[in-house]
Ligand binder design. Structure first.
Ligand SMILES: Cc1cc2nc3c(=O)[nH]c(=O)nc-3n(C[C@H](O)[C@H](O)[C@H](O)COP(=O)(O)OP(=O)(O)OC[C@H]3O[C@@H](n4cnc5c(N)ncnc54)[C@H](O)[C@@H]3O)c2cc1C
Length: 858
């Protein structure tokens, strides 16, 4: 092997792998020895207790962090059970990298918290953690990557961690031994770095014990049984513990632990490798540690390890390896701190690039290769939050557990202690996956996520592995045949836009305006002028029924409960009045409600409703009918004519926000007179098996009225042009009804409801920010939400959603701004792709809704 020879004197590479203690750096070897020695003495009391407030399963970075945060914040009865020794899963052999950089909006908070915590923990506990903070540089070597960095910078200004773009010369200055010839730009995050994961975990454990947590090593959990009172019987070889709650933090065993409780988790171990060189003279000669480098096209990280280098590549989808057998049949008994055999050949393409970037690496010899299991979810984000099983919490699936660990523990502890998430992090909600998430899907997606670890993340990004799932709408093939470009979310395929002539669409993502710009414009125009039809089957649908259904909904939501045959938009508030969910509630019968919510929050919303129903002992049944019902919507001025020719019910009076049982083209359905387009329109909920027939009947009958297909991109434009806010963007757990301008959806005169008292308090004070819409001057780039808003060189706010407004002929965005700057006509600047674009606060949404237009013309 050419590369292996060039890599130096290691010769027989395989002799470095297999047993962990032969493939480790000297510090890690020492930790292993220490851990064996200290295992019995570090157990908090040795045996088990009979009862606990919280039992945490697993003593890796995740379990230890939640134990620390719960105990530190005053919870008594925190018990952590570790079957082997602390760190004996993935944690002990991690490369220890931790960074404040993050692409996902609120995960930035997690990363930032972790590093802040790690920088304090040694001082707090007296346990050294070998924290190095040389900063880190993400390296761009292609123009598209430069665009991606500018895109990320535009989303960063309103967050806390420092980060900036640097030139190749500046990279050279920070990393004198780097060859910067091919580098176009660097994204520099000062004070990033790495830590010794073993020492870090021990330090946090020491802290946890000092606050009262009991950490027991050498005791594995072998059974989990839910009692009728909602408590768990946690079985171990030393006896049972009755726990008020359980946290599953069992790393690559978490799937098996979930099975003990009769459930499952979408996890698979991927194999991840890094190599460590022996001393490299050029590295040794450096006066100070160089920043950690992440070469994105080469797909590897590189840092100094003493006087040598540590390089960790993410192999391609094709060449990476997974432990499929572990996923299907469990981790082999006895596997603990072992490693997989190293495979340098798989790393070869990445190491070639590493030699180009760091010429001194070419003559280095490899001292060790670490190849270990890293637990992946389909989208590589962790599972963090409560399960649908009562009092079962998940803290697993960490692809980057060291970077996430501190923040994740704090986030989950806050949620456990207060009963509400401290901030919005639905991206990590364990319930973003559901019964549609098959093992095959998990394997395919985890492979894709690993292989694309350093792929370019475009706006409106689509990834194609594992699709379609069983969650296709009945009209799926029909829509594909008609030229739909499908958007994937929550297991569903939904048309994003259509080619004009039914030809196969091209998915051409870009940071600037893309190939679907024209098609979306035509679809928007069609809905405004004649009529459009859209498949909305992915909406989540719940039935809330029972003699107390109305009083239950009245208590858990802020708006009035509708009378029979009417619909309301209402919000589920947390006790402290933040917006947990937005629901469309239709009363179909006296004791029966059809509740519609977003596809991404199906189980997230269901869990909340079920929790409140259970805890309050409400006499209601809540049934998830998402997969049973399809939804097709027709909207636009001609929608009434189209529907009336198929069902006389639509020819009658059919008021806004009302519902009727109808028969359309022979199909029985529930029709709701509303449309997220803001135009005259209906949503027709029907048996999912009838979707193709219904869609086709509506489509062919609609031709005489100019009906055409439209997709979610056009829907997103239409709703923003009408000023309709969206849960997950304009409103979420980081906002209230007050600052989102949604108070008109709360009925303060009805009796008590969850969040009311806090809302009353909020209303006594002036809101610190206000949601407005701004039009933006930009020729080629459109906003997508989360852009930073500037004025006079200062960050003053952020956007939440954005699009190109075909009505205005320019970009449009929702933005949160201070009240002072929310006055119509105020000029601000929105950062987009490296430019500060002039923007003007609008006095009102650019387009009146159908109902508002009707009032004006009366
Ligand atoms: C080679 C490699 C390099 C990596 N480098 C980095 C990096 O640089 N930065 C980064 O952020 N991440 C890195 N990672 C990922 C990181 O190691 C993991 O995300 C993290 O360690 C996961 O921690 P955890 O606590 O979730 O799981 P684990 O560390 O696996 O801990 C789970 C624990 O649960 C225990 N357990 C399991 N079942 C039971 C049971 N039934 N009863 C009691 N106890 C049980 C196990 O013994 C184990 O100790 C790397 C991973 C690999 C493989």
């Amino acid at each position: 092997m050419r590369l292996l020879l060039r890599l130096g004197s290691s010769g027989c590479v395989s002799r470095y792998y297999r047993r962990c203690d032969r493939s480790l750096s000297s510090t890690q070897q020492q930790h292993l020895t220490n851990s064996h020695e200290s295992s019995s003495s570090s157990s908090g009391g040795g045996g088990c207790v009979d009862e606990a407030e919280t039992v945490i399963i697993g003593g890796g970075i995740a379990g230890i962090s939640i134990a620390y945060h719960l105990a530190r914040q005053g919870q008594k009865g925190v018990v952590l059970l570790e079957k082997s020794e602390l760190t004996a899963g993935s944690t002990w052999h991690a490369a220890g990298l931790t960074t404040t950089f993050q692409g996902v909006v609120n995960l930035k908070k997690l990363h930032y918290y972790s590093l802040n915590m790690y920088s304090q923990i040694a001082q707090e506990t007296g346990q050294e953690i070998n924290l190095h903070l040389p900063g880190s540089i993400r390296i761009a070597t292609t123009p598209t990557r430069v665009d991606e960095m500018r895109y990320q910078m535009a989303r960063h200004g309103h967050h806390e961690a420092p980060q900036c773009l640097i030139t190749p010369d500046q990279v050279k200055k920070l990393v004198p031994i780097a060859n910067v010839d091919n580098i176009l730009m660097g994204l520099y995050t000062p004070y990033d770095g790495h830590v010794d994961p073993y020492s870090l975990t021990q330090a946090i454990a020491k802290g946890a014990r000092s606050y009262g947590a009991q950490i027991t090593q050498g005791v594995g959990v072998s059974g989990l049984h839910l009692r009728e009172d909602g408590r768990w019987v946690v079985s171990t070889e030393k006896g049972d513990i009755i726990a008020n709650r359980v946290v599953n933090a069992a790393g690559f065993w978490a799937k098996e632990v979930a099975k003990l409780a009769g459930s499952d988790l979408p996890l698979v171990p991927n194999h991840h490798q890094y190599l460590v060189t022996s001393t490299v003279p050029e590295v040794k000669a450096l006066q100070k540690e160089i920043p950690v480098l992440r070469h994105l096209e080469g797909s590897f990280y590189l840092r100094m390890e003493r006087d040598g280098l540590l390089i960790g590549p993410y192999e391609s989808m094709k060449s990476m390896k997974q432990s499929e057998d572990w996923m299907r049949s469990g981790v082999p008994p006895g596997f603990g701190k072992e490693l997989f055999e190293g495979d340098l050949e798989r790393l070869e393409p990445h190491l070639e690039v590493a030699m180009e970037l760091m010429p001194c690496f070419a003559s280095a010899s490899i001292q060790s290769v670490v190849n270990g299991p890293i637990t992946y979810t389909p989208d590589v984000l962790p599972l963090l939050g409560p399960h649908t099983l009562p009092n079962m919490w998940i803290m697993a699936g960490f692809g980057y557990g060291i970077a996430h660990g501190g923040g994740a523990g704090k986030y989950l502890a806050d949620w456990i202690l207060t009963g509400q998430p401290p901030y919005e992090l639905t991206e990590c909600d364990p319930l973003r996956f559901g019964s549609w998430t098959s093992d095959d899907y998990v394997l395919a997606k985890a492979r894709e996520s690993y292989g694309m670890n350093n792929g370019i993340a475009f706006p409106h990004e689509e990834r194609f592995k594992g699709r379609p799932t069983k969650r296709t709408s009945g009209a799926h093939q029909l829509l594909v045949d008609r030229g739909a470009c499908m958007h994937f979310h929550s297991g569903w395929e939904q048309p994003a836009w259509f080619t004009d002539d039914g030809t196969q669409p091209q998915y051409s993502p870009s940071f600037t305006r893309t190939n679907w710009h024209g098609a979306v414009g035509r679809e928007v125009e069609r809905v405004m002028k004649t009529a459009g039809i859209i498949d909305l089957t992915p909406f989540a649908k719940l039935l809330v029924e029972g003699t107390q259904a109305a009083s239950f909904l009245d208590y858990v939501t802020a708006n009035s409960v509708p009378r029979v045959g009417r619909t309301v938009i209402t919000h589920v508030l947390s006790p402290d009045a933040r917006i947990y969910a937005e629901l469309t509630v239709t009363r179909t019968k006296e004791n029966s409600f059809l509740v519609i919510t977003g596809s991404g929050v199906e189980l997230h919303d269901l869990r909340w409703l079920q929790d409140y129903a259970r805890k309050g002992e409400w006499k209601v049944s809540i049934t998830n009918v998402t997969e049973d019902l399809g939804c097709v919507s027709v909207a636009g001025p001609n929608s009434k004519h189209i529907l009336a020719t198929l069902s006389p019910t639509f020819a009658d009076k059919f008021p806004f926000f009302s519902s009727k049982e109808v028969t359309v083209a022979g199909i029985k359905a529930t029709a709701l007179r509303l449309s997220y387009t803001g135009e005259l329109g209906w949503e027709i909920y029907h048996d999912r098996k009838d979707s193709a027939h219904l869609y086709e009947a509506l489509y062919s009958n609609g031709q005489q009225f100019g009906l055409g297909d439209f997709g979610t991109h056009a829907l997103n434009v239409l709703r923003q042009e009408k000023g309709f806010k969206m849960w997950g963007a304009e409103m979420n757990m980081d906002t209230t009804l007050v600052d989102a301008g949604l108070l008109n959806f709360a009925n303060m005169k009805k009796g008590d409801f969850v969040g009311r008292a806090a809302l009353v308090e909020l209303l006594k004070h002036r809101a610190g920010r206000q949601l407005v819409q701004v039009k933006i001057n930009s020729e080629h780039v459109d906003p997508h939400g989360d852009e930073t808003v500037w004025l006079g060189g200062k960050v003053v706010g952020n956007t939440t959603s954005g699009c190109f407004s075909y009505h205005l002929g320019q970009p449009l965005a929702f933005a949160y701004l201070p009240p002072l700057l929310s006055v119509p006509g105020t000029q601000v600047q929105v950062e987009m792709l490296g430019e500060l674009c002039e923007a003007t606060v609008l006095p009102a949404p650019p387009v009146l809704t159908h109902t508002a237009r009707a009032k004006v013309t009366k």
